[in-house]
Ligand binder design. Sequence first.
Ligand SMILES: C[S@@+](CC[C@H](N)C(=O)[O-])C[C@H]1O[C@@H](n2cnc3c(N)ncnc32)[C@H](O)[C@@H]1O
Length: 192
Amino acid sequence: MICGVVMFKIIDQREIQKLGGRLSRYPYSYTLYCFVKKHFNIKDIVIWDCTFGHGRFYACWLEKPKMLIASDPYVHNWIVKPDIFIPETVWSAKRKIKKLNIKIDLLIVDPPFGGSEYHSREAYTYLIGSPNLIVEEAFKASNELGIKHIILHYNKIVEKENFKIIDGFTFKAVCRFLNATPQSHTILYEKI
Ligand SMILES: C[S@@+](CC[C@H](N)C(=O)[O-])C[C@H]1O[C@@H](n2cnc3c(N)ncnc32)[C@H](O)[C@@H]1O
């Protein structure tokens, strides 16, 4: 897929699952890990995940970031324990993070999207505001806190003023009960 001048790779969940072990349970996590590793020295960065959920995104990371700050208005059963957790929406967590005075290198956003027909996971049913509002507020937070990079996992590719898309991939999940392969996009933005 081509977005502007950036070519998106299409990754099929089954390709990662073939690798076996824990990767077959969390194929997206490993894909995200490889994507982040391509752009950052993971051990040196501070990540803020503002829609942390269960922390499934980090289930298969082979390295830990310098610090993982998580926020979510709901406390789900965590798979991975963050260093700091703020039980707030993205817009109120932003104020707490300002007070912490920690420089964030990367903001990760994964709003609930797609609708229940594709998502049996319970984390997709918790929503305060709308997915679009969460995305808007994440970019606003990034501007206000001087965060240079954002990774957005979403079902559409959105263009944002003051941010350029520098890389991305499309992930084809497999939804067996519907016999379907819904797609999501993971996009890395850099502040201009
Ligand atoms: C798709 S799930 C995230 C799953 C997560 N990436 C993981 O790896 O487990 C979306 C999350 O957004 C949270 N959420 C709902 N409304 C929110 C809001 N206004 N601000 C921040 N997070 C919100 C939900 O509680 C849910 O955990």
